[in-house]
Design a protein around this ligand. Structure first.
Ligand SMILES: Nc1nc2c(ncn2[C@@H]2O[C@H](COP(=O)(O)OP(=O)(O)O)[C@@H](O)[C@H]2O)c(=O)[nH]1
Ligand SMILES: [Mg+2]
Length: 252
């Protein structure tokens, strides 16, 4: 935790750095956010744990150090799953709207993407309204079973984000469900052929692929869980920071 909070990390040019998570329903997006919050000892409200239906569902992270609370310079945006054909789930067009900073807080997703006439449409987003790193969350035990329509939506989102130069990472969650060896000892993860095969199957060009396990039934802190999550978090935040620095340079 102290490594994450020291040095340049805490002072990005734009605050907060905005990190958007997307993926199939049940892939572990909310659990990942909750785990990060747990690591930083923030108590989450039940609201934060509920499924995110609003575009503006963003979670600010705080750390408490001897009674003083400090707000960390990043926020997570959690959106609901992508599945459900045309009627349910978030429309990829709205994820792209979020990437560009066009959707205001508390907008509830509809069947069709938000139009530029809507009161929730932000026509002139600033750099801080935009997403600075995009995280695709995929469950290790389900990678081979993701439905075609969800895969198609994910590809569309990925391609648009690439066009915008937004850095992208994949969190492969639930590694304990995919491999019994890893379940019994998380430190074996980097040697696990099962996890390697799953990750290779993604076959996508990504800045990083991080295997993680979230807190879900543990009552106490597990250092092995923290290490995986903090490693993924630190690299994600650094990529977001690089993007913001680059974007600023191109403006001047
Ligand atoms: N075993 C295990 N279960 C997990 C993990 N992450 C999430 N879960 C469980 O998977 C289910 C869906 O997770 P959730 O975070 O709600 O997914 P979301 O729909 O993407 O937000 C919940 O029951 C979680 O407790 C993990 O790393 N390991
Ligand atoms: Mg959720």
């Amino acid at each position: 935790v102290f490594i994450v909070c020291s040095g340049d990390f805490l002072k990005p040019k734009v605050e907060p750095l905005r990190i958007l998570l997307y993926g199939p329903a049940g892939s572990g997006k909310s659990s990942f956010i909750t785990s990060v919050a747990n690591i930083f000892k923030q108590r989450l409200t039940s609201e934060a744990l509920a499924d995110a239906v609003c575009a503006g569902t963003s979670f600010t992270m705080k750390i408490e150090v001897s009674g003083n609370s400090e707000i960390l310079p990043f926020v997570f945006n959690d959106v609901m799953g992508l599945e459900g054909g045309e009627s349910k789930g978030v429309h990829p067009g709205d994820i792209i709207n979020i990437l560009k900073g066009h959707i205001k807080e508390n907008y509830e997703f509809h069947k069709f993407p938000l139009g530029d006439e809507d009161e929730f449409y932000n026509r002139s987003p600033s750099l801080s309204d935009k997403v600075h790193c995009l995280v695709c969350v995929l469950p290790a035990d389900q990678i081979s079973f993701i439905k075609d329509d969800v895969t198609k939506k994910m590809r569309e989102i990925r391609e648009r984000a690439s066009e915008m130069g937004i850095p992208q990472v994949v969190m492969v969650t639930k590694v304990d469900c995919a491999c019994p060896v890893v379940k019994s000892d998380l430190r074996k993860m980097y040697h696990s052929m099962t996890i390697k095969e799953k990750v290779n199957k993604l076959g996508v060009t990504m800045n990083y692929i991080f295997p993680v396990k979230s807190y879900h039934e543990e009552k106490d802190v597990v250092p092995e869980i923290d290490v995986l999550i903090l490693d993924a978090l630190l690299k994600t935040v650094n990529l977001a920071n690089d993007f913001v620095n680059k974007d600023q340079k191109s403006l001047h």
